[in-house]
Design a protein around this ligand. Sequence first.
Ligand SMILES: Nc1nc2c(ncn2[C@@H]2O[C@H](COP(=O)(O)OP(=O)(O)OP(=O)(O)O)[C@@H](O)[C@H]2O)c(=O)[nH]1
Ligand SMILES: [Mg+2]
Length: 330
Amino acid sequence: MGFQQSVFKKPVDMNDLGDNSNEEINLKKRRKEALEELLKRIGKENRPLNIAIIGTPGSGKSSFINTLIASITGEWRSHAMVGCFGGLGLQKTKHIATYRKEKYLKHAKDVKHLMKFNFPAILDMSGIDDANDRDTKMLLDLVFSGRIPENSKISDILQNIRQNEEELNNLYPLAKSNIRVDRIIFLVSAANPSLPENLMQAVHSSSTSRRRDIPMFGVLTKIDDPFTSEKNEYQEFISRMRTHLGILDIHLLRCTNYCDVNLEEIKDGIRNNLPEIDISVLRGMKQILDPSITVTEYKRATLNQVDAGGILMLAFVILMIAIFIMLFGK
Ligand SMILES: Nc1nc2c(ncn2[C@@H]2O[C@H](COP(=O)(O)OP(=O)(O)OP(=O)(O)O)[C@@H](O)[C@H]2O)c(=O)[nH]1
Ligand SMILES: [Mg+2]
């Protein structure tokens, strides 16, 4: 995909809409095709995946979730609350919210049809600071293994990690009913020149634990507002992002979210959705939600297996000693 400048920044002139009606119809058709391809890819069998959305504060996580839901339902709504703190260092999302298809598809026009498909449960995390320390990795481990109850506050979990470490297994037990993460989506804002390299490393190492390897993907948001107009600089930024996440180019979704700069038309009821946005998101999600990409679960010897092995070995040694004594002990 080439370098994308601010396509959604200029306000839409209503007189233009008539002239561009063919293009508009074509875009709607392409949106429909992209949705149908996604439905075919995710299918109706198996279970819906759980995807975790990770990124630094303000990178556009909640906006992306709203955008993803809008691209599926064809109607933008504010499911996840979006913040606007203009670099004040404040955060909008402070807890881990889970969005399930039963809830986010509820108001879709063709809800009955869509509900049959395996749309994912989406975990919206509050922004995590760009760190690769022990606390951050423990937090990520707890989230990825599904040990955090819904709506927990990130600050409470971090406090428990710092002050009640020995109680963590009791506070966040490993239960069968846990929602374990099947996909990690790391979000980076194209408007910010500094890549959160430490957090990327922390997420990368937590995604490949001794127990599971969770597939990771990237989303580059705010491509309507890139930090540079230099094509080379921008490409170099994208390639560094991919290297840090260790992902293929097809596993990096580039998008503009539904947000202040383009929501005006929808708010004013001029149209339902912006198909340009939907098409790129639906196509990217087709790669991310591909059921053939699986989480690798490592089989570990259970305690019983270890015990049984140990007992057999001990019996063998005793037998050998007994035979030795019988033969040479006299
Ligand atoms: N121009 C532009 N602005 C965006 C885009 N996506 C999000 N924004 C704006 O970025 C700001 C932060 O967006 P959020 O979605 O709240 O970010 P977040 O990552 O959920 O933030 P926290 O929950 O606070 O960590 C808001 O003002 C959004 O309107 C985009 O694609 N383009
Ligand atoms: Mg948020």
